[in-house]
Ligand binder design. Sequence first.
Ligand SMILES: NC(=O)c1ccc[n+]([C@@H]2O[C@H](COP(=O)([O-])OP(=O)(O)OC[C@H]3O[C@@H](n4cnc5c(N)ncnc54)[C@H](O)[C@@H]3O)[C@@H](O)[C@H]2O)c1
Length: 368
Amino acid sequence: MKKISLKVNLKNNSYPIIIGENIIKNSGAEIIKVIKKTNKFLIVTDKNIPKIFIKSVLQSIKSKRKYLLILNAGENTKNIKYTETILKKLFNHKFSRDDCVIALGGGVIGDLTGFAASIFKRGLNLIQIPTTLLAQVDSSIGGKTGINSVEGKNMIGTFYQPKIVLIDPSTLKTLSKRQIIAGYAEILKYALIMNKPFFKWLKINSQTLINLTNLNIVSHAIKESCKAKAYVVAKDEKEKNLRAILNFGHTFGHAFEALKKYSATLIHGEAVLYGMMIASELSMKMKMLSEEEFYEIRNLYHLLDINYDIQNLFKKSEVNKIFEFMKNDKKISGKKINLILLKKIGQAKIVPADLNKYIKPILNSQFN
Ligand SMILES: NC(=O)c1ccc[n+]([C@@H]2O[C@H](COP(=O)([O-])OP(=O)(O)OC[C@H]3O[C@@H](n4cnc5c(N)ncnc54)[C@H](O)[C@@H]3O)[C@@H](O)[C@H]2O)c1
């Protein structure tokens, strides 16, 4: 597999994304290319990350001053207590802003470490080495960092870009199928909102992608996804307009996750898969998306055996709770909610949709 290089173009904060099989073994050399003055390195990771990945990164860094912090895995780690743990470690080892912190793991480690890096002495060098498919195609790129609080998910955070993102598709082999499908949700999202040829490619290659049987196919999907995310972020870094299209399926998805209390019963990517299916159906019902294209999307779900029937998740009596959660969404204005819908496969649009006229009926109709 050939090494792929992309760039996130931002005025003063541009950075490369490198995709390559076994690149993790060469991560030290790649990091030194982009940050030359660094003396000290802190690798932050979690207990579920295979030890071999940690060893590879440690061995590839030639400096003697390298430190390791292994945190508990899971969404509950994304909090202020663990932010302090990272900050303390940096202070204890007298890190300066020229030094470097490396996030090695999924979106949880990436978001948490990115947040700590952004506030330590107002920002030290951050490197992202994502090891879940979701983190490789989405969370490691674009600079959104954050932690959860009792007030809600990702309620505290910053925009803080890494110096480089190093993506090694071979690290995905130790992930569960469930985690792979959760990452696939975001890949499919890019195709649906902005890239019809990529959707056509996914119709042919999704099985191979999900089963990780050919890393060239996996790398191509990662590349197309990173390109899409980099394009949107470069146009709208702080989510003033265009970046909102990346929320396709997420407004419904967030409501589902919240009702499940962000537990492992429903992981983020799964919630997005349900959400995208409902948003596609609503796009058809609002006469934007053609019936033909709606069935094309539905057939892809069928082909991959992806479950999108929310009757398996919720009882009809819970529709009101979902609806109430959506009514409190920050994208509400008056009686309408700004939703991302599809005009066609490959083209999304922000549409104010009446809550009572469209949202409640589409939720109820899922139980007929
Ligand atoms: N910043 C953003 O733009 C953005 C975008 C999307 C999602 N997110 C955030 O990302 C988080 C979800 O990320 P995630 O899905 O990667 O979850 P995660 O980080 O919890 O990882 C999932 C599980 O897989 C384990 N794991 C990671 N890599 C592995 C590997 N290669 N082999 C075996 N196990 C491995 C982890 O330890 C964890 O137990 C959420 O907190 C979400 O809010 C952020």
